[in-house]
Design a protein around this ligand. Sequence first.
Ligand code: ACM
Length: 444
Amino acid sequence: MKEVVEYAAKRYITIIPEIEMPGHSEEVLAAFPELSCAGEPYVNSDFCIGNPQTFVFLENVLSEVMELFPSELIHIGGDEAEKNGWRTCAKCNRLMNQEALKDADELQSYMIHRIETFLNANERRLLGWDEIMQGGLAPNATVMSWQGEKYGIDAARKGHDAIMTPINYCYLNFYQDAPDAHVLSWAGYTPLEKVYAYNPVPDSLDMEALKHILGIQGNVWAEYIPTEENEEMMIWPRALAIAETGWSLPEKKSYERFRKNALKAVEFMQSKGYSPFDLKNEVGQRREYADTVCHLAYQKPVEYKKMYTYEYTAGGKTALTDGLLGGWAPDDNRWQGFIGNSMDIVIDMETVQVINSIEATFMQDGFGWYWMPKEVEISISPDNKNFTLLTTVKNDIPFTQTGFFLKNFGWNGKTGGRYIRYIAKPDKESQKVGFLFVDEVIVK
Ligand code: ACM
């Protein structure tokens, strides 16, 4: 590691280490189960904050880390703590009473504050993922905004430094091209053009707050990247887009110019034996994404018996009859998401119509936590009271299946009616955590 740090320093690069706490720490707690709330391995993924030995351990680790890494910023993670063990843990509860902490968020914040005090005493600064804002941000902390930009914006407004790395633009482990032209990846769709389009300097910030935006970061999480070649393909050329964004004013950027240079860079890397993404053979966005589908239900009103999620509205109540089909990822504002309940809608065709087909496409990618419905029921009615079931379509793609899938659930035949009810029931197992994503109900 000393050699790596030295190699980087010669090139004016500072390596910032990340030592994850209090969550994502299963591997530590497997070796030191006494530092978890349960006291045994493979139960908790978070350190027990009520155990004073946790702080002894973490300060020892950070002392070694500081000895190796001259970086002023030390990343302590802070993301995705489950906090489950803390709520029922006697030690954590004792500490919460003693320190008048009202909930698990404040307990996490207590820990981050303590670690910050330790780092500051050693002339280092704490950097953490945006969850470190939960329960109150430590006074000198720098925030890495990954769950969108809002945390970075909020931190900068409060006078904290922030680094922008929003998941929809800066996660280089998502698909770079059409999923069926690509090795298995961790869901999403983040082509080069999208990475390049990101501007880490939000318009909504004033000059004072803008000074706190330190820059941009690209992330590559490797749990679904089995080989080095695969990893190189995920990183390049997208990392070039991150770099150019970091050092360029938005008005100086041009994707056309950048792409030409990226093609040359890819060729150069290939000539040196590396395995970048083959940009010149990029397949690109789902073909249907470019068209507007005209069909009988186009722009007809939709009644929602159950609501879509606020996170994925696709534009709201007109989304499923707006003629717009989704792309390869649920975050393109074309896919409407349902979580915790069925999709259950009635389309009013406004007059009685002869109907030959009714269909909708759903998207599944288990890594992204979105699954096919278990089954779909399609019915028709003249009066919005008495419905006749046209079909029940069962899913045949198991929710345990890895990979990306689009599947059409539909009915064909001949019928007449004014009201169409389309119900998509989620799989029981995936219902609590996963989304249903649907882009349009097409009626012909
Ligand atoms: C993260 O992706 N959990 C920072």
